[in-house]
Write a protein that binds this ligand. Structure first.
Ligand SMILES: NC(=O)C1=CN([C@@H]2O[C@H](COP(=O)(O)OP(=O)(O)OC[C@H]3O[C@@H](n4cnc5c(N)ncnc54)[C@H](O)[C@@H]3O)[C@@H](O)[C@H]2O)C=CC1
Ligand SMILES: O=C(O)C(=O)Cc1ccc(O)cc1
Length: 290
């Protein structure tokens, strides 16, 4: 798809994802004026100083005035409050999209606040990020060759979907669409579950070992496995709260499999242990070579 030139795009929440989106859009010359909005004036001043956005506002309604596209890039727990602040004055012509890691809660919040999901609301989720937060950690290449999932409803305006799709493609991403419930189940298994496991592993070990001796002897594998436990606790709390049911289902499934493997190790069932590790190696090697 060709790159659109958007006159004004407003990003609410200029952190890792909002800041990276702004940088990538600038790299692509896809937007004339980038407006950054949020509640933390100091963070916004840094975004302006870094040249990530052209102008900043702490009044969210003001930030959205005249915007062709508004991107919500705040933690999931803040989406509802942000939508409440912008809804009364938002032009019906403005396209709204978001980057939240779960989609059901945002769709439900927006549906309640606007009295039905607006046709120009295109829910979205870039499957790209890091364990860091804040605009200083943002970079233009974050979305290169990464996937972005859009979850439009039947009533979503196709022209709005096309514009959001073009914007992400201009950022180097590959865009696909999916139903909200499917997105939330898939991401619960592939992203939310691993984050919960990494947090639990590190917490469990840290609480068993007051001297932190375990960490002194941890090898590369521990670092690889636990990198994501350095992610922002508030953001991941919000994701767990927003995607509770699919995440609990994924956790229960995983716990059953872990119990099975625990029994195999307890009973020295070499065949069962090796079969599990063989299947996992094959699956991961195939995923990494894709
Ligand atoms: N971090 C990651 O790797 C990824 C995060 N996401 C999603 O992107 C969203 C943003 O995440 P990050 O950029 O990592 O977070 P971040 O913490 O780096 O940035 C969030 C920004 O929102 C602002 N903010 C927070 N509450 C606000 C409020 N009530 N009103 C206005 N501004 C507010 C903060 O000041 C901050 O600038 C989240 O919904 C997250 O689920 C999606 C893909 C990857
Ligand atoms: O740091 C990592 O590897 C991540 O997995 C980042 C991430 C966090 C949240 C998302 O919704 C998508 C990607």
């Amino acid at each position: 798809m060709s790159t659109p030139v958007i006159n004004q795009l407003t990003i609410i929440g200029v952190g890792l994802i909002g800041g990276s989106l702004a940088r990538a859009l600038r790299r692509a010359n896809a937007v004339t004026t980038l407006v950054g909005a949020g509640r933390n004036a100091d963070q916004l001043a840094i975004a302006r100083k870094l040249g990530v956005v052209d102008r900043t506002e702490t009044d969210l309604a003001k930030a959205c005035a005249g915007a062709d596209v508004v991107v919500l890039a705040v933690p999931l727990g803040a989406m509802r409050a942000v939508l409440e602040q912008i809804a009364p004055t938002l032009s019906p012509d403005t396209i709204i999209t978001d980057v939240g890691s779960a989609k059901g809660s945002v769709v439900s919040d927006a549906g309640q606040i606007f009295n039905g999901l607006p046709a120009r609301f295109v829910p979205g989720h870039p499957i790209a990020g890091t364990e860091q937060s804040g605009v200083e950690a943002s970079f233009a290449e974050l979305f290169d060759q990464r996937r972005v999932i859009l979850t439009p409803e039947a009533a979503t305006d196709p022209a709005a979907v096309t514009t959001v799709c073009q914007l992400w493609e201009a950022c180097g991403a590959q865009v696909m669409t999916m139903a909200v419930a499917h997105h939330d189940a898939v991401l619960a298994a592939t992203s939310h579950l691993p984050h919960v496991l990494a947090y639990t592993l590190v917490d469990s070990l840290a609480r068993q070992d007051d001297s932190r001796e375990i960490f002194d002897y941890a090898a590369g594998g521990f670092r690889d496995f636990t990198r994501i436990a350095s992610s922002d606790p508030q953001m991941w709390h919000d994701i767990c709260a927003a995607n509770r049911e699919p995440l609990v289902a994924a956790l229960q499934h995983f716990i059953r499999d872990l119990e099975q493997l625990t029994r195999a190790i307890e009973q020295a069932d070499s065949d069962a242990i090796k079969q599990t590790f063989e299947r996992a190696k094959q699956a991961r090697d195939a995923f990494c070579n894709k």
